[in-house]
Design a protein around this ligand. Structure first.
Ligand code: NI
Length: 258
């Protein structure tokens, strides 16, 4: 039985333009049961919906990423709302805050776009997929305020922050970063996070785990992140994959449907 549930990938990315169909068709032969393809732009969300329609093992997230929220059309939220009604949409994302570079969309615009999409997710009864880079304080302020169902993807905070996210009822998304040599805090988080709140992800085509670091990532590589997490926690890789797959099915309300 295929045990890899990739809760966060971007197969609409141009990194897959040359061989997208081949890669996606091959996933089930290589241990992958499901992928949530996460939109970042309005066009990316449409592409995400198309992939979900085309491949039975793909579901879609729709949302506007903080890096993409600087120049949105007036009706952007209506567009996301409309797309979120499609049958295979399982989350609002990727949404959040990114304060890494100075020249990104103004922080107040990012916060506004994030907050409006959290409210949309609550209205639509969908979980949020949260991107938080160098913005832990403001991210937590908004999560505390609205308490959405959701996951903080590619979690980069401390163990203390992880505990607060979990206490809000949310999940922690971990991927290739746990395998990196310099990963100290992510390893602590992987050890301490309650197993029933852990989701595995790639962020493909980015964040390939060791030994593929720097190369193009795809969902099959989750096996390497899972093996590392298994080693950290003293579990078997199969158990990590089985537990996180069940978590993902619960998180995305797919129990009994897949
Ligand atoms: Ni992403």
């Amino acid at each position: 039985m295929n045990l890899i549930f990739d809760t966060h990938a971007h197969y609409d990315s141009e990194g897959f333009d040359s061989d997208r169909e081949q890669v996606l068709k091959g996933l089930p032969e290589h241990g992958v049961c499901h992928v949530v393809n996460v939109g970042a732009t309005l066009a990316g969300c449409r592409a995400s919906l198309e992939l979900a329609e085309q491949y039975p093992w793909i579901f879609a997230g729709v949302g506007v990423h903080p890096e993409e929220c600087g120049d949105l059309p007036e009706d952007w939220l209506e567009q996301v709302r409309e797309m979120s009604r499609a049958p295979k949409v399982v989350a609002i994302g990727e949404i959040g805050l990114d304060y890494h570079y100075e020249d990104m969309a103004p922080r107040e615009v990012q916060r506004d776009v994030f907050e409006q999409q959290i409210l949309l997710a609550k209205q639509q009864n969908l979980p949020v997929i949260v991107h938080d880079r160098d913005a832990h304080g403001d991210t937590m302020t908004l999560l505390r305020k609205h308490q959405p169902r959701g996951v903080v993807h590619c979690f980069s905070g401390s163990v203390e922050m992880m505990r607060e996210v979990v206490s809000l009822g949310m999940y922690i998304g971990l991927g290739g970063v746990v395998t990196f040599k310099n990963a100290r805090v992510p390893v602590e988080v992987a050890r301490e996070v309650p197993i029933d709140r852990l989701l595995l992800e790639t962020d493909a085509p980015y964040m390939a785990p060791v030994p593929f670091r720097g190369k193009r990532c795809d969902s099959t590589m989750i096996a390497y992140s899972a093996a590392k997490i298994a080693e950290i926690r003293g579990m078997s890789t199969e158990e990590v994959l089985t537990r996180t797959k069940a978590n993902a099915e619960h998180f995305f309300s797919l129990e009994g449907k897949v």
